[in-house]
Each structure stands twice: as C-alpha cells, then as structure tokens.
Design a protein around this ligand. Structure first.
Ligand code: FAD
Length: 496
C-alpha cells in the first residue's frame, strides 16, 4: 500500500497499538513513540524465581475487539493469539462461609445463587436479560461512536436507546437499582462489584452500569494463552507486520502546533512532522506536559478519576484446589470500603481481596509445578501523597488476616516470593494521573458525557485514545476508543 499520509501515535498502550493497526489499514504511515522500553503500557509482565506474573490487567472479556483488528489487517489471528472461554468467571467468598461460583452458563449460575443465597433464580435471569438489552441498545450507540459529534445524537440508534432507558438507569445509583431488584444481601454485593470494572463506586455510579455484567456473564469470560501479556504481544506483532514503526524509550516532549493545527511532535529535541497526532497518553498529562495548556488540563480533571490499586505478587509454595483463576474475598461492609476509597482516601481495615492465579489454567508454565502465582489486589484510593509504605504494611496485614480466616490456614509462611505495585508506581510507569487504573470513573450521572472526546475541538488533526477519554477504561473500552478515533480520522481525511 502506498502511504501518502503520516500519523504519529504517542504511547504504545493497548489503545495506541490498536490505533496503529487501524490507521495503517486506512493507508497511514504510522510511527509510535513509547516512553517505556516495551509495548503494552499497563499490560506488562515479569518473572521471578520460576513464577510468571501479569503485572496489570488480569480479566479478559470481549475478545471480538481483538479479532476485529486481525480481520481488518487481513492476518489470521491463530498465527498470533489464542484464547479459551471459561466455564466459571469468578469464585466469590464471603466471611460467613458462603462460596458462590459464577458460572458463565446463566441458568447454572442462577441455580447456584438460588441454592447458596436463597435469591430466586428468575430474578437473576431477568436481571441478566435486562443487562443484555441495556448493553445492546445503549452501548451500541455510546461505546461505538463519538458522543461529541452531533450526528451521533441524531443517529437511528438514539431512539432505541432512549426507549430502553428507565428512571432507575439514570437517576438511581447502581446499588439502589440492585437493592430494589434483589432480596439477598450477598447477591446485591455480587452485582455491585461490577462498578469496579472501571474503578467506580456502586453507591454513586448510575444504575446504567448494570449493563456491565452482560460482558462477563452473558458474553463470557476468557483466558488468553500465555496470560494477558499475549494481548499486547500479539497486537505489537500485528502492527509490525503492517509496517508500523516503533521507537521505545522515546518519550514525546511536545506536540507541535501551527495555527491551531497539530503537525508533529518533538522527540529528543527534534521536530518530527506528521499529518495527524494521536495521543494515547493520559489526556491530563497530554495537555499539561505536551501542549502546556494548564487551564484545559485542570478542566479535564472535573471528572473524578477511577480508583487505583495495591497489588502483591506472591509466589505461593503450595496449591489451593479450592481456588479458581479469578477469586474475590468480599468485605463485610462494601459501603464503608468505597467511602474510604473515594472519600477519606485511606486504608480500609477489611478490604475486598481479589486473587488471580493464571497457573490454574496453565499449570507448570506460570508457576513451578505444585506451586501457584498469586496476583493479590485490593482497590486503593487515588494517590494524593499518602504514606504508601505504611499503607502497604497495613493492607498486607489486613489481606493476610482475611485470607487466613476464610481459607482456614496461615498463608504467611507459604509466601516465598513477593513483589508489590502501588499507585505511585502505576502513576509513574505509564503517566496515569494519580495512579488511576481506568482513567476516569463513572461516579456521576453525566460521566459518559464528561469524558474527553476522541478529538480536540480546538486543535485540528489532534486525536485522543485510551482509558482517560471516551468511552473509558478497561481493555475492551480502550480498544473501542481506537475504533472510534480511527473512524473520525477516516471522515476527516475522506478524499484526501
Ligand atoms: C493493576 C491494573 C489492573 C487492571 N485490571 C484490568 C482488568 O482486569 N481488565 C481490563 O480490561 N482492564 C484492567 N485494567 C485497566 C487496563 O489495563 C487499562 O484500561 C488499559 O490497559 C489502558 O490502556 P491505554 O492504552 O489507555 O493506556 P496505557 O496502558 O496507560 O498506555 C499509555 C502509554 O503511553 C505511554 N506514554 C505516556 N507518556 C508518554 C510520552 N510522553 N511519550 C511516549 N509515550 C508515553 C505510557 O508509557 C504507556 O505505555 C487494569 C489496570 C491496572 C493498572
């Protein structure tokens, strides 16, 4: 393909990689500058003493977003990427001894919930059905299109979306919606958890977020062979195959503007020109550091950031048959936990603990045989300069106490390897403001409309992708942001 147009992408996160593939398929010659020495941004891995850990994301949903990129590029996905679906998405543990398997077969899951909690299975099935309807009618419009183009608001999907919406989706919190639908507290808590999918608070986020369970429980939960790192490895290989040029350990210093038009970047003090610039860097830092527009940068912060996390990567010297790939150990007081995450921004003494063990799916590969690689995560408040050294000790003690209580065994002597990731490191590693995992949160009714658009209204030929802009964070939405942005670029460059 002959290239007449050039694109520079700032950042090789999953959204930057997807944008590179899409723009190259649209005939752009693409260059990606990445400040780190590896592609993938928040998706990364490390190995220590025979244990392999995915450092960032661990839950994989909507593989079709990845398949679409291979189809678009005309490359067989099986040469690059393999994944499998999971019969159980999560295993939930409660302090009172209740254990629930979230089967991805709806009927089996509904029966499991009825048996374990007394919640009528019809209630579960009707909730999942409305989650599906909501997703199909709303998300189709909001997640696949720019919300900041007039034509989206006049498209045929709008009528369908408005018809689906109810008072409870817009004006009730997700928790209130769940509380009015379900009778049992364990079920309410389980469905409240889905607000954390994009680092939000179920007591504030709108009922609209009840569409999220559709992803995991109706569409399914998947595991990429080799762990989550296989996602960024595959997309990087695909981009290379399509002729995308990558420069690692190469931070972009400025975006060059001429008469309100972006036409390149400054790298190592040199001007590199291009027809368009796509920033996959956090939108706040893009304005603050690359455009030196501090007032626009603070305007972006009007929308609250998502929560952060504290992660302990533990090599465990025995195996736990009672655990699955994804496990949640719930707090007894979810509301208080969210208060400390978003209001007091302190450690909560009884945090909800998530454990991911990829060695369950690939025994002997991700951890030495008979041992397990535990990715142990608690949601943590945004970094506002707290004493993280102290927080780490407090969280570790709380986690170990909780796991010992619920698993009925002292796990401390089993930890033979430990690494830790805190919000400060998350912030520094990928320039993610305050260490937010998912960019912006959905803690307000207007969240979807407050997110930054995928293009600049002021600077021509400047575009944005990734978790800090529309439609939001998490791998599926980041991949969708790349699709939306490339569509806008295609329209802007029609006939050029
Ligand atoms: C601990 C953790 C757990 C998570 N769990 C999940 C999960 O289970 N499932 C899920 O779907 N999502 C999860 N997420 C969220 C998901 O990882 C992110 O939403 C997604 O990976 C973000 O991709 P991105 O492309 O927007 O940005 P990033 O991955 O942040 O990429 C941005 C890139 O830009 C680069 N960059 C920044 N500044 C510059 C510059 N000046 N010049 C050049 N390059 C620059 C950065 O180095 C980085 O590589 C998790 C995130 C974390 C951290």
């Amino acid at each position: 393909m002959s290239h007449s147009k050039t694109a520079i992408i700032i950042g090789a996160g999953v959204a930057g990689l997807a944008s590179a593939i899409r723009l190259s398929a649209q005939g752009f010659q693409v260059i990606v500058y990445e400040k780190n020495e590896y592609p993938g941004g928040k998706i990364s891995e490390f190995k220590v003493k025979g244990y392999q850990f995915d450092a960032g994301p661990s839950l994989f949903t909507q593989p079709e977003n990845i398949e679409e990129l291979f189809t678009l590029a005309g490359e067989p996905i099986e040469n690059y990427f393999h994944y499998q679906s999971l019969p159980i998405s999560f295993k939930y543990f409660y302090e009172d001894g209740t254990v629930i398997n979230a089967y991805t077969n709806n009927l089996v899951f509904a029966e499991e919930l009825e048996n374990k909690t007394g919640e009528k299975k019809e209630r579960i099935l009707s909730y999942l059905e409305s989650s599906k309807k909501l997703y199909q009618n709303i998300a189709g419009l909001f997640l696949n299109n720019s919300l900041h183009q007039i034509k989206t608001l006049f498209s045929p999907g709008v009528y369908k979306a408005i018809k689906t919406l109810r008072w409870k989706h817009l004006f009730k919190s997700m928790h209130d919606l769940n509380e009015s639908h379900f009778k049992q507290k364990h079920t309410i808590q389980l469905f409240n958890r889905f607000a954390t999918y994009n680092g939000s608070n179920p007591y504030q986020a709108p009922g609209m977020l009840s569409l999220i369970p559709h992803l995991e429980l109706n569409q399914g939960t998947f595991y990429p062979k080799g762990g989550m790192i296989s996602i960024s490895k595959a997309l990087y290989q695909l981009a290379l195959k399509k002729g995308v040029q990558f420069y690692f350990s190469t931070p972009v210093e400025r975006i060059i503007q001429n008469e309100n038009c972006a036409n390149g970047v400054v790298v190592a003090g040199k001007n590199i020109f291009s027809d368009i610039v796509v920033s996959n860097m956090d939108v706040y830092f893009t304005y603050q550091r690359l455009l030196l527009d501090h007032s626009k940068a603070s305007e972006v912060l009007k929308q609250e950031r998502s929560s952060s996390a504290l992660i302990f990567y533990w090599g465990i010297n025995r195996s736990f048959p009672e655990l699955e790939l994804h496990n949640i150990f719930f707090t007894t007081n979810y509301q208080e936990e969210f208060k400390s995450l978003f209001k007091t921004k302190k450690v909560y003494e009884d945090p909800t603990v998530y454990i991911n063990i990829t060695g369950k799916i690939e025994p002997g590969l991700q951890a030495p045989l008979g041992k397990e690689n535990w990715f142990v995560m608690v949601n943590a408040p945004a970094n506002i300069g707290q004493d993280w050294l102290k927080f780490k000790e407090q969280y570790k003690a709380a986690i170990i106490e909780k796991l010992n209580r619920i698993l009925g065994v002292d796990i401390s002597p089993m930890i033979e390897v430990e690494e830790v990731l805190d919000p400060v490191t998350i912030e520094n590693r990928t320039d993610s403001y305050r260490g937010s995992l998912y960019g912006t949160s959905s803690n307000s009714k207007m969240a979807a409309f407050l997110r930054h658009p995928n293009f600049s209204k002021k600077i021509k030929n400047l575009y944005f992708v990734g978790g800090s802009v529309h439609p939001g964070g998490g791998i599926p939405l980041c991949l969708k942001s790349a699709a939306i942005t490339s569509k806008i670029v295609a329209e802007d460059f029609k006939g050029k």
